[in-house]
Structures are given as C-alpha cells and as structure tokens.
Design a protein around this ligand. Structure first.
Ligand code: PGA
Length: 247
C-alpha cells in the first residue's frame, strides 16, 4: 500500500477554498504517496468534479450508518460515494466528543462505508488524562477492536492514531511515544486481521506540520498522516506530501 497524506478540513472552507486544491495539484501532480483531502460535505461534489482523474482523492468527514431514510441533516456513505468521495473519516475525536459517538457507532458507520465502497479512516487516540493515567495502550486497543468494521482489509480500512491532546494544540507526542502506539496498533491489527493487519495503513495525526513531518514519517509503522490545520493551505499540505513522498 502507498503511504497516505490525508487532510481534514473540518468545518472550514467555502467555494473559494477549492483554489487550494488546484494549487496543491499544480505543485504535486504525481506524488509518490497518495493524497486525500476531506473538505466539508458542501464542497465534496465540486472538489471531486475538479480533481477527477487527478492524484488527489476526495473524502467525507462522517457518514450515517444507514444508506437512506428519515434522518434529517445526515449524509449516507452511498451519498458521499455518489458525490465523488472515495474515503470517509470516521470516529474523529471531535465527533466522539461533540456527538457522543461510541466505538459501536463508529464500527457501524465504518461497515456502512465499506458497503458503499468507500475506504474508512477510523480514528482513535487518548486524552491527556488517559495518557497521564497510563491508559494509552489499553484505551487505543479498546477503540481499535471496538471500532474496526467486519470485513476490514488492508485495502478498505486505514487507522489514524490521533492523541486528543495533540489535535490543534501544536503539541505532539515524542517520537518514542508515537512509535510505541503505532507498534502496539500494528500488533493488534495483526491479531484482528491476520496477514491483512500488516498492510493496514496507520496514520499519525495531531499537529503535523511541515517542520515536524519528516521526523514523524521516519518512525516505524507510521504510514502517513491525518492533518487538520496544516491541510488548509496548499503550501503547507504540499510540504507534508513532499516529506511523506521522500520517507
Ligand atoms: P491538527 O488536526 O492537524 O489541526 O492538529 C488533526 C486532526 O484533527 O485530524
């Protein structure tokens, strides 16, 4: 599997922001890694239209468990796929915190994503209090085994390890701490999925920026990044793509 540089625009960006995708592709038309941007749902169809056939995948940031029905305000995986998305981020800590998403719900959403032929990017990670209490690996293991969909393979699932305390804070774990969690997740994936578990990409996320990307990408079992703030500007995300391509 190629490494993956994924950007999560969160609730940022209107039509004018599509220009960042054009600039990114102009600078990185054929990177050695995969590139993915997940804009707000309102921009997915336009983004997918403008990037069709190019080296930039477009994804969603959430989906419903059901394919259709009476769920006002929600979007199904099939709708994301129809709009041109190839991936969907699920179980991001902001959704777990803001919307009370449980592992069981994230798993059901991931299964809906696979049924719609989307690649599910399943997020997990500890809070600062959990890290201080020495619960990081146990918590990440619970989230992994509780959230991973039935039918997961190296091709249809990506895991993103995102310590909650590192998201949007400018703080990152030490390289040793990242290595410890990624090695643990790799072993747990192998237990859950057998041979496929060795191929599932494990992204690191939380305050990845051009200045720290290369050292993070040199860590064993870091197969890419899930990038928030630094994915909003083509120059910053492009520098992260370049670092991953060189890793
Ligand atoms: P950040 O966000 O890069 O702004 O820290 C990462 C994320 O939430 O995916």
């Amino acid at each position: 599997m190629k490494k993956l540089a994924a950007g999560n625009w969160k609730m940022n960006g209107t039509t004018a922001a599509l220009e960042e995708m054009r600039v990114l592709l102009a600078a990185h038309p054929a990177p050695a890694c995969e590139m993915l941007l997940c804009p707000p749902a309102t921009l997915i169809a336009q983004a997918a239209y403008h990037t069709k056939g190019k080296a930039l995948h477009i994804g969603g940031q959430d989906c419903h468990t059901k394919a259709s029905g009476a769920h006002t305000g929600d979007i199904s995986a099939a709708m994301l796929k129809d709009a041109g998305a190839s991936h969907v981020i699920l179980g991001h800590s902001e959704r777990r915190a803001d919307h009370g998403e449980t592992n069981a719900l994230v798993k059901a959403k991931a299964e809906a994503a696979l049924a719609a032929d989307l690649i599910a990017i399943v997020c997990l990670g500890e809070t600062e209090a959990q890290r201080d209490a020495g619960e990081t690996l146990a918590l990440c293991g619970n989230q992994l085994h509780g959230s991973i969909p039935a039918g997961a393979t190296a091709a249809n699932v990506v895991i993103a390890y995102e310590p909650v305390w590192a998201i949007g804070t400018g703080r990152t774990p030490t390289l040793e701490q990242i290595a410890e969690v990624h090695a643990f997740l790799r072993a747990e994936l192998a237990k859950a999925l057998g041979e496929d578990g060795h191929g599932v990409r494990i992204l690191y996320g939380g305050s990845v920026k051009p200045s720290n990307a290369a050292e993070i990408f040199a860590v064993q079992d870091v197969d890419g990044a899930l990038v928030g703030g630094a994915s909003l500007k083509a120059a910053d995300f492009g520098a992260i793509v370049a670092a991953l391509s060189a890793a």
